[in-house]
Every structure is written in structure tokens, then in C-alpha cells.
Design a binder for this molecule. Structure first.
Ligand SMILES: C[S@@+](CC[C@H](N)C(=O)[O-])C[C@H]1O[C@@H](n2cnc3c(N)ncnc32)[C@H](O)[C@@H]1O
Length: 376
């Protein structure tokens, strides 16, 4: 950015910070709509945490599933939710203002345009419930930034982030996050499998593949594909059980270990890293990518899928949400596509390209090819 832009921005800031200018802009016919729009956007920032808690109340009460059966009146809803009609009115008015519910005939309440997509939507409602832990950790964001990161509820929830020996984590420590990852996989799996049909490959290795939910979806789409999964031993055990439950024992294997220290199983011509890289700092990402590179044949493919920083139209998702989520968790960061490309290049991958996904907000997808590993 040049000196002219700096001067213009300084001039703009001075005016936007002036109460006199603000009053003028809110009254002048040509700027009034901008002033109102910006004031509303600023208020949404101020009050956003309240909106999230209104949503949490709706999710905990299963309001969207209840209304999916048809509109109901205030008294029926109050009785069902074991609250006074006045309290139910407060909730429904708040939910209506957020377009989660909508008034219907005879004063009844039905689904709103933002509530209807949440009916039976476990991937999203599981995340909303999970945010209770994030909410707790973000109580003092400045303390978090000054070094209290990795000491709160999320660090306990994601124990591998700070573990010295992650391979030793038992099932009781990995169960909650593995279940959440499985519940939220539908947000990701279809995006990836639509953008990159896997029929061109013989065998896929899902690195940090969780309890096998993604590979089970890939198997259903791609009949001839062999499946291999690598994750921490307790998580790999869960995947083995899932593969057995889905009749995939002839097609799927699951290996346990740490991708930071152990070699990955060989034999696949495609590897996937789904929502894995953003959990780790650069040194660990380089170790993971080197292990993936070593496990694939020359010309083999890597698919890296996760939300990325700097995604146009979704900047707050990558930079604000994941930036602070990972800060609270104590490790990792959201990266731009360019930063990921640099890490891939440093570990011997070539031909990096972003594949378009339908909802880049939640998943972006990078394809890379195994080239010659650079000498260390
Ligand atoms: C955010 S979860 C993503 C799971 C899955 N790929 C998905 O998208 O649903 C990250 C995964 O990486 C695994 N993981 C973390 N550290 C690991 C390590 N050192 N070695 C192997 N797997 C690890 C976790 O157990 C977890 O399953």
C-alpha cells in the first residue's frame, strides 16, 4: 500500500472517529444508508455473543426440530420448554429477530429462514453445543493473547495439542473430540468428494483421519477404492470398529501412531489431510508433510482440506473464528493458501492448485503432487 493510500486512510479515520461527522453522515440523505448499515454492522460485533447464546438456547431446547413438525403457539412452546410464557416470548422474539423463527397465522411460530436449515442438522448443532467450551476460554481474550493460551477448556478437549506423547492418549481422552469430528464430517466430506472424485485413484490414505467417517463416505462414493487410515492409536481403534460396522474390513485398514514421529503406511496413491494441518505450528506441519511425502509414490497426490485464512468473502471465519479458536486450543493457526503452498513446496510437493468447493467458508481444498524431496 502506497503513501497516497495511507494519507487517504488517515483522512477517512479522522472523519469516521469524529462524533460531528458521524451525526452529519447519519442525517445527510446520500450517506444516511451507509451510516445505518455500518452502525448496524458495528452493533452486531458488539452484541454477537448474545446472538450466539440465543442460538444455543434454541439448539438445547431442540426448537428447530420441534417446529419442523409444524407451527406452534406461545403457550404450547412455553409449556413444552418448562418456562413462563413471558420467558418463552423473550426467546421467540429474539429468535424471530435473528430469522431463526418466523411468525405464522394465529400468532403461532414456525421456522425462520435461518432456522429451517438447522432442522436435524447435527453437524452444525454439535458445533453450537461445543462452543460452550470456546465461550468459556474467550472470557478474557487479552489474557489469552498475552500467553494464557492452551490452559483452558479447549486444551483439555483437544489433548493432542499439548501432549508430549500423544500416542499414549487413551480412548477416554479422544472420545469427545472424535465424536464431534465425526458429527461435523458431513459439512466437509461432500464438499471434498464433489470437488475431487476419487475414482482415478487405487488407494487413499487419510492421515489424521479420525474415526473413519470421511473414508466411510469416500467408500460409499467410490466402489473400487482401497482405504487406509492413520491416527493416534486410540482413534485408529475407533476407525477400525467403524469400518467393521460398515462392512469395510476387506477394503479398509487402520494404523495407529503419531505422524510427528512414526512413518506412515505405504501403498496409497492419494493421501488426504483433512482439518489436520491448521492444528499444528509450522515445524510440526513440515514433519507431517515430510512423512506424507515419504509414504506416497512419485507422482502421487495429496489433498489438503481445511478452512483457510484470507478466503475472500469468509475472512472472519478463517482469521477471527479459527484464529482465536486455535489460540485457545494452544496450538496451530489458520493459514492462507500461499502459506500452505510454501510449506508444501519446502517438503517436495509440486503443482499446487486450489480446487473450487461449493462452500469455501468451511472447506477449501488444495491438490499437490509428489515431486522430488528437497535434500535436508
Ligand atoms: C481436527 S481432527 C480431524 C479429524 C478428521 N480428519 C476430520 O476432519 O474429521 C485432527 C485429527 O488429527 C489426529 N492427530 C492429532 N495429532 C496426531 C498425531 N501426532 N499423530 C496422528 N494423528 C494425530 C487427531 O487424533 C484427530 O483425529
Amino acid at each position: 500500500m502506497g503513501a497516497v493510500a495511507d494519507r487517504w486512510l488517515a483522512w477517512r479515520d479522522k472523519h469516521l472517529a469524529s462524533p460531528l461527522f458521524q451525526r452529519w453522515a447519519a442525517g445527510f440523505p446520500l450517506t444516511r444508508w451507509i451510516a445505518r448499515r455500518e452502525a448496524r454492522a458495528l452493533f452486531d460485533l458488539v452484541a454477537g455473543f448474545v446472538y450466539s447464546q440465543v442460538l444455543l438456547a434454541c439448539v438445547r431446547l431442540r426448537l428447530f426440530d420441534v417446529l419442523a413438525a409444524g407451527p406452534l403457539d406461545l403457550r404450547t412452546l412455553a409449556h413444552r420448554f418448562e418456562m413462563t410464557p413471558e420467558a418463552a416470548q423473550t426467546l421467540l422474539a429474539a429468535a424471530e429477530s435473528l430469522k431463526l423463527v418466523q411468525r405464522r397465522s394465529d400468532g403461532r411460530y414456525g421456522l425462520g429462514e435461518r432456522g429451517a436449515p438447522l432442522v436435524g442438522n447435527t453437524p452444525v448443532t454439535a458445533m453450537v453445543e461445543h462452543h460452550a467450551a470456546l465461550y468459556q476460554d474467550l472470557r478474557d481474550p487479552v489474557a489469552l493473547l498475552r500467553g494464557r493460551a492452551g490452559e483452558g477448556a479447549l486444551a483439555i478437549y483437544w489433548p493432542y495439542a499439548g501432549a508430549q506423547a500423544p500416542s499414549q492418549l487413551g480412548d477416554e481422552r479422544v472420545a469427545a473430540y472424535s465424536a464431534l469430528m465425526s458429527a461435523s464430517q458431513p459439512l466437509v466430506a461432500d464438499e471434498i468428494l464433489d470437488a475431487y472424485p476419487m475414482a482415478r485413484h487405487r488407494c487413499v490414505l487419510d492421515v489424521g483421519g479420525g474415526d473413519g467417517t470421511f473414508l466411510t463416505a469416500a467408500a460409499a462414493r467410490t466402489p473400487g477404492l482401497q482405504l487406509m487410515l492413520f491416527d493416534l492409536p486410540a482413534v485408529a481403534d475407533r476407525a477400525r470398529r467403524r469400518f467393521a460396522a460398515h462392512g469395510l474390513v476387506d477394503r479398509a485398514t487402520s494404523a495407529g501412531g503419531s505422524f510427528l514421529t512414526d512413518p506412515l503406511p505405504r501403498g496409497a496413491d492419494l493421501a488426504t489431510l483433512i482439518r489436520v494441518v491448521h492444528d499444528h505450528d509450522d515445524a510440526r506441519v513440515l514433519a507431517i508433510l515430510r512423512a506424507v511425502h515419504a509414504a506416497l509414490p512419485p507422482g502421487g497426490s495429496l489433498l489438503l482440506a481445511e478452512p483457510m485464512a484470507g478466503t475472500r468473502g469468509a475472512e472472519p471465519m478463517g482469521d477471527a473464528y479459527f484464529g482465536f479458536y486455535l489460540l485457545a486450543m494452544g496450538r496451530g493457526r489458520p493459514r492462507t493458501a500461499e502459506q500452505l503452498i510454501a510449506l508444501l513446496q519446502a517438503t517436495g510437493f509440486t503443482g499446487m492448485r486450489l480446487l473450487p468447493t461449493r462452500l469455501p467458508l468451511q472447506t477449501r481444498l488444495m491438490h499437490a503432487v509428489v515431486g522430488t524431496a528437497p535434500s535436508l
